[in-house]
Design a protein around this ligand. Structure first.
Ligand SMILES: Nc1ncnc2c1ncn2[C@@H]1O[C@H](COP(=O)(O)OP(=O)(O)OP(=O)(O)O)[C@@H](O)[C@H]1O
Ligand SMILES: [Mg+2]
Length: 252
């Protein structure tokens, strides 16, 4: 791990599907990633936290292949898919065609329908994107990412634009789908609780490197009030530079 890492997570490096070594990326004078190392094991769910502008999306873009590092090596599996904050559907195509986008022929139809059924949208195959709610559109984006059976699923704040209830439902759906399909996952989020409820391992990116990288060994389904979760939350908030507000005078 990089010089910034304060705690080491043991990953069997030989079996990792993602392997970053000494990866750096700068924009102008700003060094966003400063020689980072990262391994993700097959089927491992990693959540990536970090203050705004620290380079989370940059790291995700390096993993997706949309961006190249200035230095270091990036090893990723061949099949990778990404879900963004916004669903990015093609408005001129029906829902099923969006799910099977880029896949040719009738052979894509059955897996596309199965993926839609998995996200609870079997009845929307012929609908137009403009007729979907925000949550439904995001579920289509999830189906489109899953139908390709990725070895690495990259999620960049996929729940951030959803209302609180839809967000909870989507979190559960993603947890179920990932448990069933077992891709390696990198979930970028600003929400410490979301990270602690969903991930096998939570990493904080700050100052160009990893400020905290810890395995979350709490059985699922997790309860945010579980003392083990609460203890992790404190450490993660502190690694993010969030200090608890002082209690009101009468409680001191
Ligand atoms: N293509 C680019 N050209 C110039 N600067 C860039 C580019 N992409 C990212 N940056 C800069 O790199 C830094 C990290 O950006 P990045 O989008 O990775 O942050 P982030 O951690 O995802 O932030 P947020 O939580 O707000 O999404 C920012 O200062 C951003 O302005
Ligand atoms: Mg971002």
């Amino acid at each position: 791990m990089s010089a910034h890492t304060t705690e080491k997570t043991t990953v069997d490096v030989k079996s990792s599907v993602v392997r970053l070594r000494g990866v750096s990326k700068s924009f102008g004078d700003k060094r966003v990633l400063d020689g980072i190392d990262l391994d993700i094991a097959p089927g491992e769910f990693v959540a990536l936290l970090g203050p705004s502008g620290t380079g989370k999306t940059t790291l995700l873009r390096l993993l997706s292949g949309l961006q190249l590092p200035d230095a270091g090596t990036v090893l990723v599996p061949p099949v990778r898919t990404v879900v963004y904050q916004e669903p990015r559907l093609v408005q001129a195509r029906r829902v099923l065609a969006n799910v099977t986008l880029g896949q040719r022929g009738k052979a894509a139809r059955e897996p596309g329908l199965a993926a839609l059924a998995e996200v609870g949208l079997a009845d929307k195959a012929r609908a137009w994107p403009a007729t979907l709610s925000g949550g439904e559109a995001q579920r289509v984006a999830l189906a489109r990412a899953l139908v390709r059976q990725p070895q690495l699923l990259l999620l960049d704040e996929p729940f951030a634009a959803l209302d609180a209830l839809t967000r909870l439902q989507m979190q559960e759906l993603v947890a179920d789908l990932c448990a069933r399909h077992r891709p390696a996952v990198l979930l970028v989020t600003h929400d410490v609780d979301e990270a602690l409820l969903l991930a096998d391992r939570v990493v904080v990116l700050r100052g160009g490197g990893f400020a905290l990288d810890r395995r979350i060994d709490v059985p699922r389904p997790r309860d945010r009030d579980d003392p083990a979760v609460t203890a992790h939350r404190k450490d993660y908030l502190s690694a993010l530079g969030v200090t608890p507000r002082r209690p009101p005078l009468e409680h001191r």
